[in-house]
Design a protein around this ligand. Structure first.
Ligand code: G3P
Ligand code: CA
Length: 255
């Protein structure tokens, strides 16, 4: 994804943000299975560590918004989180269970699902910071990717996994420990992403919000000139998709 694959005149690749999260509850197997069936080129997830050191796919620090439980992910055990349902808040939920599997999804579950799918799909894993366990989340993510044999891809383009973060330190930890693994430095400010920040840590791509990119679309050419591609989030409107296509964004994350 860092090979100058700006897609002027072509189509950006489509990443299902938190799974098909408009249609199914975010970060559930139901959301990812739908995204895969609908033909997503990639899927995005946020990961956090439980108190007992397991990587789970949850965006918020707390489980309150997306589950029938309450509390901080970092203070709950995996077993406690497995008791929760992550689907009831979503309009797609049905009493007959026809909404699909909305139990807790671990990163392990998601990697297996994506790697077992019938076509190659990229998994964009975002580590959240600041968090109680600091750098442990990156070392656990890398250990898991090593276990699946996908931490040292032949090339960034062929990699099945990409690790992303708003934290430059987190991206740097990944680059240092797994130099072949593609990374995205996320940021809400496109000028920051066009600065030396991404170069300093060796990120293979930069990830502005679509609002930030609209303010500074030159970021795409600047990134391409530095050998980096652009991943843009969260691109849900048709005119934003057209905009991303016109400036040469490689990957768009959409709900
Ligand atoms: O894909 C990047 C994007 O997900 C960052 O924002 O808050 O949705 O994780 P957030
Ligand atoms: Ca995210």
């Amino acid at each position: 994804m860092n090979t100058g694959d700006g897609t002027l005149g072509g189509h950006p690749f489509v990443v299902a943000h938190r799974g098909a999260s408009a249609e199914r509850p975010e970060h559930t197997r139901a959301a990812y299975e739908l995204a895969l069936k609908e033909g997503a080129d990639g899927v995005e997830c946020d990961v956090r560590l439980t108190r007992d050191g397991h990587l789970v796919c949850v965006h918020d620090r707390r489980v309150d918004r997306t589950s029938n439980g309450s509390g901080l992910v970092s203070e709950m055990t995996l077993a406690e989180m497995r008791e929760l349902d992550f689907g009831g808040w979503h309009p797609s939920w049905r009493a007959d269970g026809g909404h699909g599997d909305t139990g807790l999804l671990t990163l392990d579950d998601l990697v297996s699902l994506v790697l077992d799918w019938s076509r190659p799909v990229k998994l964009f894993i975002e580590t959240k910071h600041p968090v109680r366990y600091g750098a442990l989340v990156e070392s656990k993510v890398l250990a898991l990717l090593h276990r699946y044999g996908i931490a040292s891809p032949a090339s960034a383009d062929r990699s099945r996994a990409v690790v992303m973060s708003f934290s430059a330190a987190a991206v740097w930890r990944i680059r240092r420990a797994a130099p072949l693994l593609p990374t995205v430095l996320l940021g809400s400010g496109a000028r920051y992403l066009a600065s030396s920040a991404a170069t300093a840590i060796g990120a293979t791509a930069v990830g502005p919000s679509v609002a930030a990119l609209r303010e500074y679309p030159q970021l795409v050419d600047r990134a391409l000139a530095q050998g980096r591609s652009v991943y843009c989030w969260t691109v849900d409107e048709y005119d934003d998709i057209d905009f991303c296509r016109s400036v040469g964004v490689a990957w768009i994350a959409t709900n």
